[in-house]
Design a protein around this ligand. Structure first.
Ligand code: RRO
Length: 332
């Protein structure tokens, strides 16, 4: 199977990318992750000023995945420009690298993109509008507010010509206005989803298991939520979609492709197995070979989802495939 994917004018050797927040700026994982086996990488989110992050513990396991409240630990835009981007340029020339950008205010996002835009070695940006761990009490991420999305994407668009992905949240009450806002302001693609706001208590101390209290949930439990978000988005836009959440195998990645994603990111699985993303790519390739698939594009949006239930479809006596609707829109 031809694993290459062309999107945003970029050629990815395969559709599997390392997700933001799980691979630092590349350098931190270069010894343990075989970066030649993945299609690309998204860095830890960069903010205008350095962030030390939240109190420990920052991560905790639970039976269906992981909780985190890292708190955007990063050296800040200027240090990334001066110290991280040169390493990326010198060591990852063959790998498409996207810089994740986060902030609390519109101006912070825009200044951060402006500063990083002055660097080289990376192909584009992923605007992280959906970090669950950065809101002051009562505030909520940009991705839940269509007006905020419109403003930040519009302003970011005006300061970079590079591909601009917009990372959305799994808990937006409705996706349509948020997607419309991102698309109308010139986003090149959408990444769905970030972690889902979550909280777990230690039964002995009765205190949260994470130092910061609430956090974001990721891992296997997030997979069908993310797949649903991608599928929903595929019905609302023709923008390229990047699926992320709960991917630990080739078949998990396939879920996102079938739902309409043309690229898939691996996140939490890398914490348990640093080689997970390369393995996912290989497992996906083997699936393609064993199923006679010639290219990844054939799989994008190829999932079939039943349309509105009709009285006859509820009887269950029609053959397989009855009342099925293609989800793809020729994005493949
Ligand atoms: O740093 C974090 O705590 C964090 C971020 Br920026 C994010 O986007 N998602 C997440 O689960 N954690």
């Amino acid at each position: 199977m031809d694993q290459t994917v062309e999107r945003f004018g970029i050629r990815f050797r395969n559709p599997i990318l390392l997700a933001a927040g799980t691979c630092g700026f590349g350098e931190e994982v270069a010894e343990v992750v075989d970066l030649n086996r993945v299609g690309g990488l998204v860095t830890k989110s960069v903010t205008l000023e350095p962030r030390v992050g939240n109190p420990a513990p920052r991560v905790a396991e639970f039976r269906a995945g992981m909780l985190n409240s890292v708190g955007l630990t990063n050296p800040g835009a200027l240090a990334v420009l001066r110290e991280k981007l040169p390493w990326i340029r010198d060591h990852l020339a063959e790998l498409p690298v996207f810089l994740s950008v986060a902030g609390n205010t519109l101006d912070q996002y825009v200044r951060t993109v402006e500063i990083l835009e002055g660097g080289t070695g990376f192909v584009g940006f992923e605007l992280n509008l959906s970090c669950p761990n950065d809101a002051k009490q009562g505030a909520f991420p940009f991705a839940l507010d269509p007006d905020a999305v419109q403003q930040v994407v519009g302003r970011a668009r005006s300061v970079t010509p590079r591909p601009l992905l917009v990372k959305l949240a799994p808990n937006a009450p409705v996706l349509e206005p948020v997607i419309q806002a991102a698309e109308s302001e010139g986003a090149d693609g959408l990444t769905l989803v970030n972690t889902l706001p979550a909280l777990a208590f230690d039964p002995e101390t009765r205190r949260p298991v994470l130092g910061a209290g609430p956090g974001g949930m990721s891992g296997p439990a997030l997979l069908p939520i993310g797949v649903h978000a991608v599928w929903s988005a595929s019905r609302l836009t023709r923008l390229p979609l990047v699926g992320v959440g709960g991917v630990a195998s080739g078949e998990d990645a396939l879920q996102y492709l079938l739902a309409g994603a043309s690229l898939v990111q691996v996140g939490t699985a890398s914490f348990w197995d640093p080689r997970a993303a390369g393995r996912v790519a290989e497992e996906l390739r083997r699936y393609g070979v064993s199923h006679g698939i010639r290219s990844v594009a054939e799989l994008v949006g190829a999932g079939e989802v039943g349309s509105e239930p009709t009285p006859s479809s509820r009887t269950g006596d029609e053959g397989p495939g009855a009342s099925l609707e293609r989800v793809g829109h020729g994005r493949g």
